[in-house]
Design a protein around this ligand. Structure first.
Ligand code: FES
Length: 167
Protein backbone atom coordinates (compact mmCIF):
# COMPACT_ATOMS: atom_id res chain seq x y z
CA UNK A 1 0.00 0.00 0.00
CA UNK A 2 1.45 3.35 -0.99
CA UNK A 3 1.49 6.29 1.40
CA UNK A 4 -1.12 9.05 1.17
CA UNK A 5 -0.18 12.20 -0.78
CA UNK A 6 1.71 14.64 1.41
CA UNK A 7 3.51 11.94 3.36
CA UNK A 8 7.31 11.96 3.10
CA UNK A 9 8.74 8.69 4.33
CA UNK A 10 12.28 10.03 4.79
CA UNK A 11 11.05 13.03 6.76
CA UNK A 12 8.80 10.73 8.81
CA UNK A 13 11.74 8.42 9.53
CA UNK A 14 13.89 11.37 10.64
CA UNK A 15 11.13 12.51 13.05
CA UNK A 16 10.69 8.99 14.46
CA UNK A 17 14.42 8.48 14.94
CA UNK A 18 14.86 11.96 16.41
CA UNK A 19 12.37 11.24 19.21
CA UNK A 20 12.94 7.50 19.70
CA UNK A 21 15.17 7.97 22.75
CA UNK A 22 12.43 9.70 24.75
CA UNK A 23 10.75 7.82 27.56
CA UNK A 24 7.33 6.67 26.25
CA UNK A 25 8.30 7.89 22.80
CA UNK A 26 5.29 6.58 20.87
CA UNK A 27 2.88 9.41 21.67
CA UNK A 28 5.38 12.27 21.19
CA UNK A 29 6.32 10.69 17.85
CA UNK A 30 2.69 10.41 16.74
CA UNK A 31 1.98 14.01 17.74
CA UNK A 32 5.09 15.20 15.90
CA UNK A 33 4.10 13.28 12.76
CA UNK A 34 0.59 14.66 12.83
CA UNK A 35 1.95 18.16 13.41
CA UNK A 36 4.29 17.80 10.43
CA UNK A 37 1.95 16.14 7.93
CA UNK A 38 -1.54 16.77 9.31
CA UNK A 39 -2.10 13.02 9.59
CA UNK A 40 -0.28 9.79 10.47
CA UNK A 41 0.03 7.55 7.47
CA UNK A 42 -0.49 3.85 8.30
CA UNK A 43 3.09 3.19 7.12
CA UNK A 44 4.28 5.04 10.26
CA UNK A 45 3.53 1.93 12.29
CA UNK A 46 6.46 0.05 10.74
CA UNK A 47 8.82 2.99 11.31
CA UNK A 48 7.78 3.26 14.95
CA UNK A 49 7.95 -0.48 15.52
CA UNK A 50 11.49 -0.55 14.10
CA UNK A 51 12.75 2.45 16.03
CA UNK A 52 11.21 1.47 19.39
CA UNK A 53 11.66 -2.25 19.11
CA UNK A 54 7.93 -2.93 19.25
CA UNK A 55 5.88 -5.43 17.32
CA UNK A 56 3.99 -4.05 14.34
CA UNK A 57 0.74 -5.01 16.11
CA UNK A 58 1.71 -2.94 19.17
CA UNK A 59 2.51 0.10 17.03
CA UNK A 60 -0.75 -0.24 15.06
CA UNK A 61 -2.66 -0.75 18.32
CA UNK A 62 -1.36 2.51 19.81
CA UNK A 63 -2.10 4.52 16.67
CA UNK A 64 -5.65 3.22 16.39
CA UNK A 65 -6.34 3.59 20.14
CA UNK A 66 -6.02 7.38 20.00
CA UNK A 67 -8.75 8.87 17.86
CA UNK A 68 -6.90 12.19 17.58
CA UNK A 69 -4.59 10.75 14.95
CA UNK A 70 -5.92 10.96 11.43
CA UNK A 71 -4.96 8.21 8.96
CA UNK A 72 -5.22 10.47 5.92
CA UNK A 73 -5.20 14.17 5.12
CA UNK A 74 -8.17 16.27 6.19
CA UNK A 75 -10.33 18.09 3.64
CA UNK A 76 -9.31 21.48 2.24
CA UNK A 77 -11.90 23.01 4.58
CA UNK A 78 -11.90 21.70 8.15
CA UNK A 79 -14.83 22.59 10.39
CA UNK A 80 -14.66 21.63 14.06
CA UNK A 81 -18.16 22.07 15.40
CA UNK A 82 -18.58 22.61 19.11
CA UNK A 83 -21.19 20.30 20.59
CA UNK A 84 -20.56 20.96 24.26
CA UNK A 85 -23.26 22.08 26.66
CA UNK A 86 -23.32 25.87 26.20
CA UNK A 87 -23.29 25.61 22.40
CA UNK A 88 -26.01 22.97 22.61
CA UNK A 89 -28.10 25.37 24.71
CA UNK A 90 -27.59 28.01 22.01
CA UNK A 91 -28.94 25.78 19.26
CA UNK A 92 -25.84 23.79 18.30
CA UNK A 93 -27.65 20.48 17.97
CA UNK A 94 -30.39 22.08 15.88
CA UNK A 95 -27.63 23.36 13.63
CA UNK A 96 -26.21 19.85 13.26
CA UNK A 97 -29.68 18.47 12.50
CA UNK A 98 -30.37 21.16 9.90
CA UNK A 99 -27.04 20.64 8.23
CA UNK A 100 -27.88 16.95 7.94
CA UNK A 101 -31.43 17.58 6.70
CA UNK A 102 -30.59 20.32 4.19
CA UNK A 103 -27.20 19.23 2.95
CA UNK A 104 -26.84 15.60 3.96
CA UNK A 105 -23.66 16.52 5.82
CA UNK A 106 -23.10 14.65 9.04
CA UNK A 107 -20.72 15.89 11.71
CA UNK A 108 -17.96 13.29 12.20
CA UNK A 109 -19.02 11.34 9.09
CA UNK A 110 -18.20 14.05 6.55
CA UNK A 111 -14.56 13.62 5.59
CA UNK A 112 -13.39 13.91 2.01
CA UNK A 113 -10.84 15.91 0.04
CA UNK A 114 -13.05 19.04 0.12
CA UNK A 115 -14.58 19.03 3.57
CA UNK A 116 -13.96 17.52 6.98
CA UNK A 117 -16.45 18.11 9.80
CA UNK A 118 -15.45 17.03 13.28
CA UNK A 119 -17.00 17.42 16.70
CA UNK A 120 -15.15 19.22 19.46
CA UNK A 121 -16.18 19.94 23.02
CA UNK A 122 -15.86 23.61 23.96
CA UNK A 123 -13.77 26.18 22.16
CA UNK A 124 -13.79 28.62 25.07
CA UNK A 125 -16.28 30.91 23.32
CA UNK A 126 -19.39 29.65 25.09
CA UNK A 127 -21.26 32.97 25.33
CA UNK A 128 -21.23 33.36 21.55
CA UNK A 129 -22.36 29.87 20.57
CA UNK A 130 -22.99 27.92 18.57
CA UNK A 131 -19.33 28.03 17.64
CA UNK A 132 -16.94 26.30 15.31
CA UNK A 133 -13.28 26.41 14.48
CA UNK A 134 -13.05 26.80 10.71
CA UNK A 135 -9.58 26.18 9.30
CA UNK A 136 -8.29 27.12 12.74
CA UNK A 137 -10.33 30.36 12.98
CA UNK A 138 -13.04 30.79 15.58
CA UNK A 139 -16.53 31.61 14.32
CA UNK A 140 -19.38 32.28 16.76
CA UNK A 141 -23.14 32.80 16.51
CA UNK A 142 -23.37 30.30 13.68
CA UNK A 143 -26.62 29.76 11.87
CA UNK A 144 -27.33 27.12 9.28
CA UNK A 145 -26.96 29.49 6.30
CA UNK A 146 -23.53 30.66 7.41
CA UNK A 147 -22.44 27.15 8.32
CA UNK A 148 -23.64 25.88 4.97
CA UNK A 149 -21.66 28.58 3.15
CA UNK A 150 -18.59 27.71 5.20
CA UNK A 151 -19.04 24.07 4.16
CA UNK A 152 -18.88 25.29 0.55
CA UNK A 153 -15.59 27.08 1.22
CA UNK A 154 -16.84 30.63 1.91
CA UNK A 155 -14.19 32.90 3.46
CA UNK A 156 -14.01 32.52 7.24
CA UNK A 157 -13.61 36.26 7.72
CA UNK A 158 -16.98 36.98 6.12
CA UNK A 159 -18.67 34.59 8.57
CA UNK A 160 -16.85 36.24 11.48
CA UNK A 161 -17.96 39.71 10.34
CA UNK A 162 -21.55 38.53 9.88
CA UNK A 163 -21.52 37.04 13.37
CA UNK A 164 -20.17 40.27 14.80
CA UNK A 165 -22.80 42.34 13.02
CA UNK A 166 -25.56 40.43 14.83
CA UNK A 167 -24.38 41.35 18.29
S1 FES B 1 -19.56 25.12 24.74
FE1 FES B 1 -19.08 25.67 22.71
S2 FES B 1 -17.49 27.10 22.97
FE2 FES B 1 -17.88 26.43 24.97
Amino acid sequence: MSAAPGWDKDRARAIVEGLAALEGATLPILHALQEEFGFVDPSAAALIADALNLSLAEAHGTISFYHDFRARPAGRRVIRLCRAEACQANGGEELVAQLRARRGLDADAQDDADLTIETVYCLGNCALGPCALVDGELVGRLDVERLSELCDGAPVEAAQIAAGAER
